[in-house]
Design a protein around this ligand. Structure first.
Ligand SMILES: Cc1cc2nc3c(=O)[nH]c(=O)nc-3n(C[C@H](O)[C@H](O)[C@H](O)COP(=O)(O)OP(=O)(O)OC[C@H]3O[C@@H](n4cnc5c(N)ncnc54)[C@H](O)[C@@H]3O)c2cc1C
Length: 483
């Protein structure tokens, strides 16, 4: 999208400046525009979408970042409907997900009863699991790790064999490194306020979702279609790419002054920082040393996504499902792989298939130093073991590597304390909003929900969540000169 003519910086005053054009920032801008509010979106890179990027190459359709969305969040589904983006439902077999236990791929059961008959868990783990409803409930603290909780309730077998790989599929992290309360606040609240067991919690959730079976989706053309649909709706004069914000300060009139690395200045009543935490820290370092320090405490893990295309006949495996995950104790570098061409018909050329391999995460921070050949080697090694294929059969017809140095923020046992201290500091700055996947959850659903909350506060429809006074303004009182 070409940038419009240069501004006279002194004139540019809008109600809200949104920094960052990932799904969080884009949804914020889109909602502001729909509500008739004046805004300006500044994105550092040449493209919008942040972690969302769909790639089309040699007849393959790949995702560099997120692959799927799901229907357990009304906000994202409503956004897709409103924008008329065509959702793409995978084949029914996508419900099947597997874990490689070091010997074979085993299907993950969907119900607690299924667990008891699954060969995934040892007889001892199953017996231990059955004690869960009878164990006394202990208070979950902010610092309680997922591993502590699951080991206490279900035993270490379940924690290592089942929970660890599932978390690595979402957070590229392990159960010992994640705070239960940060990633599952509802469960922690149920445990702490209703003294409820895990089984009771799962039953309650099942009842709540009755009638709406869990369903994952993609979007025709890839998730990038959602980004493009939103971008098409936005006024191009309000969306500026290639604008790296390096500083946010406040002037005497109480307006925020946003400075880019090319010395352009923009003024606003509100600033929504929708970037990664460490990027927000840098933008805000002059405004608040406290925010700089605290936001920089939120760690990120790197990931590499290795797309491999094969002739379908060369892989003597059914690939009948979503894909598989590998527990860390198995000792492979590969975290897991998705089978996009098994889920959707348009992901690989005729007679070919696409396997998308994930590497990296919290235990493998040095992947960033690995070259493409090394990453592909470890991806092939993992595939060959898990799918029981000889390496000589695995001759890719396509290899495409994507690196994410800061893929996923980590909700460590210190995360909630850090966020609390961030909130205490943000309170000092009426009109400053910090949002993005490190605040409430990493899924696209969480990001969209947060964006909607932010806009509701700006419009005065939801209360300012902190102690300081925030007066929503009448947009007509501002003269936005960008047309
Ligand atoms: C490999 C991978 C797989 C994933 N799979 C899934 C999945 O299947 N389903 C799912 O729901 N989620 C998935 N996620 C998570 C999800 O993609 C992210 O949490 C989400 O996209 C984050 O969106 P965001 O807008 O908060 O941040 P980002 O997408 O990181 O966007 C932040 C934006 O801010 C911009 N920016 C940064 N600094 C500045 C600055 N100083 N000035 C201006 N702009 C700036 C950046 O360029 C970027 O565009 C996955 C993530 C990864 C990495």
């Amino acid at each position: 999208m070409p940038n419009p003519r240069p501004f006279n910086p002194k004139q540019v005053l809008v109600e809200t400046i949104v920094i960052g054009g990932g799904i969080t920032g884009l949804t914020t801008a889109y909602r502001l525009q729909k509500s008739g509010r004046s805004y300006l979106l500044l994105e550092k890179s040449a493209r919008l979408g942040g972690k969302i990027r769909s790639i089309h190459k040699n007849g393959y359709q790949m995702e560099a970042g997120p692959h799927t969305i799901h229907n357990r969040n009304a906000a994202l589904m409503a956004l897709c409907n409103e924008l008329k983006v065509p959702l793409q439902k995978p084949h029914a077999s996508a419900k099947r997900r597997f874990i490689y236990n070091g010997h074979q791929l085993l299907e993950v059961p969907h119900t607690p009863t299924g667990m008891l008959t699954s060969p995934l868990l040892s007889p001892w783990s199953k017996a231990r699991m059955m004690l869960e409803p009878f164990l006394p409930v202990r208070k979950i603290r902010k610092t309680t790790s997922v591993e502590e909780y699951v080991t206490l309730r279900l035993g270490s077998g379940v924690a290592k064999t089942l929970i660890d790989p599932i978390l690595s599929g979402i957070y590229a992290s392990t159960a010992d490194a994640l705070s239960l309360q940060a990633i599952a606040p509802d469960l922690a609240e149920f445990n702490n306020t209703q003294n409820g067991s895990l089984l009771a919690y799962l039953k309650q959730k099942q009842q709540q979702h009755q009638g709406t079976p869990y369903q994952v989706y993609s979007i025709v053309g890839g998730l990038q279609t959602l980004v493009s649909a939103m971008a098409d709706e936005l006024n191009p004069a309000r969306v500026l790419t290639g604008k790296h914000v390096c500083d946010v300060t406040r002037n005497e009139q109480g307006y925020y002054q946003v400075l880019t690395d090319t010395d352009e200045k923009y003024f606003a009543k509100n600033v929504v920082v929708a970037t990664e935490a460490f990027q927000a820290a840098t933008c805000l370092r002059v405004l608040s040393k406290g925010l700089f320090d605290r936001l920089n405490r939120i760690p990120y893990v790197p990931m590499a996504v290795v797309h491999l295309g094969f002739r379908r006949e060369a892989l003597q495996h059914e690939l009948d499902g979503f894909g598989f995950l590998i527990p860390r104790h198995v000792g492979l570098k590969l975290l897991g792989a998705i089978w996009p061409s098994s889920m959707f018909d348009d992901r690989a050329p005729d007679q070919h298939c696409l396997l998308t391999c994930m590497l990296g995460g919290n235990k493998e921070a040095d992947i960033l130093h690995w070259g493409d050949a090394q990453l592909i080697h470890f991806a092939l090694q993992g595939l060959s073991e898990a799918l029981e294929l000889h390496r000589s059969e695995l001759l890719p017809t396509l290899q495409y590597v994507v690196r994410w140095p800061h893929a996923i923020p980590q909700f460590t046992p210190k995360h909630l304390e850090t966020l609390e201290s961030v909130r205490m500091e943000v309170e000092r700055f009426a009109g400053l909003f910090l949002t993005g996947n490190y605040m409430k959850g990493v899924s696209l659903n969480d990001c969209v929900e947060q964006a909607l909350n932010t806009v509701a506060i700006i419009k005065g429809e939801a209360p300012w969540p902190w102690k300081t006074h925030y007066e929503p303004i009448d947009p007509a009182s501002l003269t936005a000169v960008i047309e």
